[in-house]
Design a binder for this molecule. Sequence first.
Ligand code: NAI
Length: 333
Amino acid sequence: MRIAVFSTKPYDARYLEMANRAGHELVFLEARLSAETASLAGDADAVCAFVNDDLGAGVVSALADGGVRLIALRSAGFNHVDLAAAEAAGIAVARVPAYSPHAVAEHTVALILTLNRKTHRAYNRVREGNFALDGLLGFDLDGKTVGIVGTGKIGEVVARILGGFGCTLLAHDPVESSICTALGVRYVEFDELLGASDIITLQCPLTPETFHLIDAAALARVKPGVMLINTSRGAVVDTRALIQGLKSGAVGSVGLDVYEEEADLFFEDFSDKFIPDDVFARLLTFPNVLITGHQAFFTEEALTAIAETTIANVSAFERDGVPIYPVRAATGG
Ligand code: NAI
């Protein structure tokens, strides 16, 4: 099949070419998929898209008019796709449900450890010959309570790693994981998790229910000085409310790999320009905020698995008319 691959970075092209033993025709496009760029799909049978591509109703309809029959997502999350519009247009949607929960879980723990022990600040100090410890004080993770919101594939690995640090683990998820229960995780209501956790980490998908789950009301109920980590999707957190929480001291530190308006920023180099988003720029001014640009997934193992599953989805669709991992409007899965 002819596949128009949007938002292509050099590493995407490298891993997709390695996985493409089936010989699909891959057309690599640097452009992000949007209403303006949808026509670049040309006469492709499928488009391959990433997390910040626009797959709203308008784009889906333009793709259908051009003859696209499959949207193959290189991601687990599919909150950016108008599934009803795709179904109505007769376009199948496929995703990569699990490529490496370890990649995201390990990055989550990296954010916790870095924020806590301030190794990013220590690195810069030592390089300048400053060996003072003032401002680098951390706390033992052993014995601290961590609240995990969402104990799916990633949340389970987070629980396993943090259990090894001696943390007390709470979780909130409408579906309890027997793996987590066996690890000693105690499931509680969201309010109890907010009030009892020293660290809260978000590992749930972005859905209408989780949009701004962490808002001003939630931040009013957290343990003072809580550490908040978000490696799920930006819009699970209300950024403006978070900034207020940081200013009041209700929130002690924040580690983010995702941001609700990241589409216009992340994966691009702004170092010679200016940051056009004032809310994001404000976040960057806090010494107790650590941000990475949606890199939690970025390991060799994950890129290999993403590429292999994406090609397998396309091959299955070409052969059977159904990808291996379809996403459907009614169930989302
Ligand atoms: P998963 O589907 O295995 O687990 C998600 C869990 O969240 C499920 O157990 C579900 O029941 C739970 N959940 C749903 N609604 C909830 C709610 N209102 N409150 C609490 N829990 C709720 O998904 P997986 O693989 O663990 O990934 C989770 C999310 O992480 C993805 O949806 C994606 O948005 C994000 N992600 C981020 C990446 C990054 O690079 N930063 C990479 C991969 C995924």
